[in-house]
Design a protein. Structure first.
Length: 166
């Protein structure tokens, strides 16, 4: 589910440039919200496609106009059915959430919207760039309820090519 980037003009060209097997990717083309009707549509696609991973980018785009993403009780009401859907179908749900630009604040508190997005998740990853060398990037385990946090994993993206650096 991508509300951030266009399928034809951004996502597909990036997948092609990286040599991805595009037969392994499917996008739901029509916008949905995570109300009962929208979740039913998503679940129907999950049952049809049997994915192991569902990516929602960004999660806030699928909340709907009546949900205040800054209120824990409203976001939890959306996140709990999503978690149940992932558990029911044995898949990983990766919800992308952007950080606010405010410097100096601990990163765990910088996510847009309610801290409940972080609280509800079992594991949170944080992706970032080296400010002195923007081609150097890393993913860290920001939060883990199920196991150890582990070490950061580095990667680069140069000329559209993705490489793990360790």
């Amino acid at each position: 589910l991508s509300a951030e980037d266009g399928l034809a003009d951004t996502l597909r060209p990036r997948l092609d440039q990286m040599g991805a097997d595009v037969q392994l990717f499917h996008a739901i083309p029509n916008p949905v919200t995570f109300d009962s009707m929208g979740l039913s549509k998503v679940e129907a696609e999950i049952e049809r496609r049997k994915p192991s991973l569902v990516v929602v980018d960004p999660i806030q785009a699928y909340l709907g106009g009546r949900v205040d993403m800054h209120r824990a009780n409203e976001t939890r009401a959306i996140l709990a059915p999503l978690a149940a859907l992932a558990e029911k179908h044995g898949l990983t749900l990766l919800a992308v959430r952007h950080l606010r630009k405010s410097p100096g604040e601990r990163s765990i508190y910088r996510g847009l919207g309610s801290i409940d997005f972080t609280a509800a998740a079992r594991t949170c990853l944080l992706a970032g760039r080296d400010p002195e060398n923007p081609s150097r990037c890393a993913i860290i385990i920001h939060k883990s309820n199920l196991g150890p946090t582990g070490q950061a994993i580095g990667y680069t993206i140069d000329d559209g090519r993705f490489d793990w650096t360790g």
